[in-house]
Write a protein that binds this ligand. Structure first.
Ligand code: C2E
Ligand code: CA
Ligand code: CA
Length: 708
């Protein structure tokens, strides 16, 4: 016996049975039998089903016919509980409960008298047996194939897009509705054949056995290729033969699944490079750890940061930066092995997780390989770009047994690699933590240094060859640290750049240098003061307003303040840079290129930008034996372009004379003086006064407490 799909629940109108039962024994009756005898001769099939025993308790003549038997005794012998599916059994149990509330149900049922199917509309209500148990009082209206209900069912089955199929319990095909037939793959003979993953079928099979019902989303083979189907299955019977069967209904949810997959992909991947992202790494890492632990193996985590990527992004634009990152991702993929995981964390940071129980030597090889492939020049929009990585490495479980700690430690090691000169890799070691802590403490005291007045400018004299006197001073920053004493810029400028503190510090430098210049100027000492601009400061929108303030200060002559920038800030054709430089120039300030010769040494910058001074780097002056030809060339070019030349780092007489003989305009260096404090600078003015016709060589190198 099984329920069909037209299931209505209503309050019972036929209360007779129930009320009879409620009354218990009437005068002269013999319990339920007496009551049921009223139904003996009516033509409607009526029977009582004992839910607990799974047997017919009683049936009238008409009902015996339906059950294909001539004798009530024979019918009562039939145990139907065995052939009942768990779902039907469960449903009957529920009815038993509901009957207590006088509920009745009208449904289309298919009975299987002697195994043959017979479909009819039944009305079920409760009836209490003599022993007090609730049984089911059934009245049947026989349904014929031609009834509108049946016709409609058939029609629906023909036209629905839901794929409906019937299989034998062994999985052989019995029936497909048109929707199912249209997608059926020709090579699939058994139900199991249509599943792409055998495991999906096994799961379905298990659920069916357990509950008589199963629901699963799986990939299936169809005439249109592999699709995602939501599959519902239930144990049932073949309505024609009455044999046990599996009824399957399927809906194609491929589109939904695709959307879901795209969403999943986006959540776990980086859109630009297509590499997995941090979330992905977090998801899979536990599994990687577990696998490594089980095999007693190590995992290497490489934290990769591209050196000076920001420069490329700032000078050539983000479109070029993006292309570069895509190429880097590609190269990382090519240099890794199938099980390694490559992740883009964001910006120019990548992580590679080495997955094969990596020993240190193996990790080192891998890091070398990555360095090699990333250092090959990359051509983008006719620019030949050269990049290099700094790689920090942490090892599971030695350096941490969770992702956060491993990442932190690899990050620290990466900073160590940067400090060590970039384009290298570095394994994490515990002392790096201490360094990081010192750094943090340093950053926090740097934060307060401006307000606490801990900065001071030292000045290094610039001497004119022609005039034999001090004509300028380069302002060089010093930090009077509360516990560490006087610190040179090498110890904190990098940190100030990274933390952004260079902006307020740089602003202070400009204002203080200008103040000092005007103080000297007021005392009749007419010299130029030059200040150094850092790349971040140069890019900051706060720069122009700051120097505007200086330009507008009463009595200040902007031509007495030079701003030193480096070549790296000029790379590329950035209109923004041209505009900014022009603006500075138009306000009356002079611009100088600092450290010329250490970077790209591109003299065309001198034509393209409003540059009035070029400072030849100390490394050139130091090694004149090797660099004299190029230095001479630079000097003559500058003369043609009417750009003044300052030689830096002049430490001896030989250098001095050589530079003078080639027509270099000015020099600065320890030979004349180290950078000194403003009060210590005053004697230079006195001496220059006395040097009008004198010889510059009379300036003796001064020993000062300052600088280097
Ligand atoms: P720089 O602009 O190239 O400054 C010249 C550096 O060379 C100074 O080092 C100076 O003391 C040193 N020097 C000068 N003559 C000689 C010499 O004959 N021999 C040798 N060996 N060294 C010499 P310092 O003061 O330590 O400054 C280092 C760098 O820090 C500067 O290099 C500059 O890039 C940066 N810096 C200094 N002050 C500032 C500042 O206010 N803002 C910014 N952004 N950077 C600054
Ligand atoms: Ca400088
Ligand atoms: Ca310099």
């Amino acid at each position: 016996m099984r329920a069909d799909d037209t299931d209505t629940k209503s309050m019972n109108s036929l209360r007779a049975a129930r009320s009879y039962a409620d009354q218990g024994s009437g005068p002269g009756d013999t319990g339920i039998a007496q009551y049921l005898s009223c139904f003996e001769r009516i033509i409607m099939p009526v029977w009582v089903f004992d839910i607990d025993l799974g047997r017919v308790h009683w049936a009238n003549e008409a009902a015996l016919k339906i059950w294909r038997t001539g004798s009530l005794a024979e019918l009562r012998e039939r145990d139907m509980s065995g052939e009942m599916s768990p779902t039907v059994a469960q449903r009957l149990k529920q009815y038993q409960e509901d009957f207590k509330d006088n509920s009745s149900f009208t449904e289309l049922w298919t009975l299987y008298p002697n195994g043959e199917p017979a479909t009819m509309r039944c009305i079920f209500s409760g009836i209490e047996l003599d022993d007090g148990r609730m049984a089911m009082f059934c009245q049947a209206l026989e349904e014929h194939a031609e009834t509108p209900e049946t016709l409609r069912s058939a029609q629906a089955l023909m036209h629905t897009t839901v794929m409906i199929s019937l299989y034998t319990p062994q999985g052989a095909q019995v029936y497909h509705n048109p929707a199912a037939r249209a997608v059926k793959c020709t090579d699939c003979h058994l139900l199991s054949d249509q599943f792409v993953q055998r495991a999906d079928f096994d799961a379905l099979h298990r659920m069916l056995k357990l509950d008589g019902l199963a629901s699963i989303v799986a990939q299936v083979k169809t005439a249109q290729g592999i699709r995602w189907h939501e599959i519902n299955a239930r144990e049932s019977r073949d309505a024609v033969t009455g044999s046990p069967a599996i009824l399957i209904s399927e809906v194609d949810i491929s589109d939904l699944k695709e959307t879901e997959q795209t969403a999943n992909f986006l959540a776990l991947h980086d859109v630009l490079t297509g590499l997995p992202n941090r979330t992905y790494l977090q998801r899979i890492i536990a599994q990687k750890f577990a696998a490594a632990e089980a095999l007693d193996r190590k995992l290497g985590l490489l934290f990769i940061d591209l050196d000076h990527f920001k420069r490329i992004n700032d000078s050539l634009g983000h479109a070029v930066g993006d292309k570069l990152l895509i190429e880097v991702a590609q190269r990382l993929k090519q240099s890794s092995r199938p099980n390694d995981i490559i992740v883009r964390l964001g910006g120019d940071e990548f992580v590679v997780l080495l997955d094969d129980g990596s020993e240190r030597s193996l990790i080192t090889n891998m890091a070398d390989r990555i360095q090699d492939v990333l250092c090959d020049p990359i051509m983008i929009n006719n620019h030949e770009l050269r990049i290099s990585p700094s790689i920090g490495i942490s090892v599971f479980p030695d350096d941490g047994n969770n992702l956060d700690v491993l990442m932190q430690n690899a990050d620290l090691a990466m900073y160590e690699a940067k400090d060590g000169g970039r384009n290298r890799h570095c394994f994490f070691a515990s002392h790096m933590k201490e360094r990081a802590e010192t750094r943090m403490a340093m950053e926090s005291s740097l934060r307060h240094a401006v307000d606490n007045g801990e900065f001071e400018l030292f000045y290094q004299p610039q001497v004119s060859f022609a005039e034999n006197k001090v004509v300028g001073a380069e302002a060089l920053l010093r930090w009077q640290h509360p516990t560490r004493g006087l610190l040179g810029p090498g110890e904190f400028i990098g940190l100030a750049e990274e933390s952004g503190l260079i902006e307020p510090i740089g602003e202070w430098v400009i204002l203080e240098a200008a103040r000092q210049q005007s103080e000297w100027q007021a005392d009749g000492n007419d010299i130029t003061v030059s200040v150094n601009l850092s790349p971040r400061q140069f890019r900051s929108p706060a720069l122009i307003p700051t120097i505007e303030k200086v330009a507008l200060a009463e009595g200040f002559d902007p031509s007495r303040l030079d701003l030193e920038i480096t070549e790296s800030m000029l790379m590329g054709d950035n209109n923004e840079i041209v505009r900014e430089l022009q603006e500075i120039h138009d306000m009356g300030f002079n611009l100088a290129i600092d450290d010329f010769g250490t970077g790209y040494s591109n003299l065309s910058y001198l034509q393209r930008y409003p540059i009035s001074c070029l400072k030849i780097d100390r490394s050139f002056v130091m090694d004149l034996r090797k660099t004299s030809a190029i230095t001479e060339l630079i000097i003559s070019m500058c003369k043609i372009l009417d750009v003044s030349i300052v030689a830096e780092g002049v430490e001896n007489l030989h250098q001095l004379e050589w530079l003078k003989s080639k027509g270099c305009h000015k020099y600065q260096g320890y030979f004349f003086s180290k950078p000194v404090s403003a009060p210590d600078f005053l004697p230079f003015f006195d001496k220059t006064d006395g040097q009008k016709s004198g010889n510059v060589y009379e300036f003796q190198p001064r020993a000062t407490i300052a600088g280097s």
